[in-house]
Design a protein around this ligand. Structure first.
Ligand code: GSH
Length: 230
């Protein structure tokens, strides 16, 4: 049966834009595990209701369902212990929690004000009302207002990446000489933006962009081959 992953898709089935799914696809590739993705839309919640979950990623491994990206990463680390490690040991696993939290609270939150409107435009028509209504309720404003003036906000966003930039100036990956799961967590955010929006968030010469390019090329370049804008 192998490994299957429910993976968020836009109107084009290959436009995969979930940052949480991207981190898991990179983790699977890191471990050298073969997997198949199942394109999933917001209105496909009934497809995963059997797993008592309504978000993706959902990983199915030989019929066993694992939900939530943090749980999935831990499952992969523990169940495929003969494969390349994702966390680099117990301390690495503990430290990775910080990257998980920082990425959600700072990176995704910052990026979302650049990409939310673009996401809406990439969705299948049947997903658009749900997406717009749920996000506008969450943000307390229209998507147009939420994403307004993004050029003016770009410098502050780039500045917010300074700790990431300094780290990636000193070493090629967050994991050191080679990538670990924290790299994939953070990279997933950039894949989210790349998949949905032509708005370029990083300067070409930014060390963060050089790191992103290294990961776009990793594992045969499957992340670069995925539909994206920059
Ligand atoms: N904590 C979850 C978050 C997953 C998540 O929020 N996934 C989004 C796609 S990026 C989703 O499925 N959203 C469904 C919805 O908004 O209805 C994880 O780490 O897997």
């Amino acid at each position: 049966m192998g490994i299957k992953l429910y993976d968020l898709a836009g109107a084009e089935p290959n436009r995969r834009f979930s940052p949480f799914c991207w981190r898991i696809k990179m983790a699977l590739a890191h471990q050298g595990l073969q997997f198949e993705t199942i394109p999933w839309r917001f209105s496909d919640k009934p497809l995963i209701a059997q797993y008592k979950w309504e978000r993706v990623p959902v990983l199915i491994d030989d019929g066993r369902a694992v939900v939530d990206s943090w749980t999935i990463a831990n499952y992969l680390e523990d169940n495929y212990a003969d494969r390349p490690a994702l966390f680099g040991g117990g301390a690495g696993r503990a430290l990775t929690r910080f990257y998980d939290q920082w990425t959600g609270a700072v990176l995704h939150a910052g990026m979302s004000r650049f990409v939310m409107l673009d996401i809406c435009e990439r969705l299948e028509p049947r997903d658009r009302d749900y997406f717009r209504t749920s996000r506008e309720a969450r943000f307390g404003m229209t998507l147009e207002a939420y994403c307004a003036d993004r050029e003016a906000r770009l410098a502050a966003f780039r500045q917010s990446l300074e700790p990431l930039r300094q780290t990636l100036t000193a070493q090629p990956f967050l994991g050191g000489e080679s990538p670990l799961y924290p790299d994939y967590i953070v990279f997933g955010g950039f894949q989210w933006a790349r998949a949905v929006s032509p708005f370029v968030l990083l300067e070409a010469a930014d060390p963060v962009n050089a790191w992103r390019e290294r990961l776009l090329g990793a594992f045969g370049g499957f992340a670069r081959e995925a539909p994206g804008y920059w």
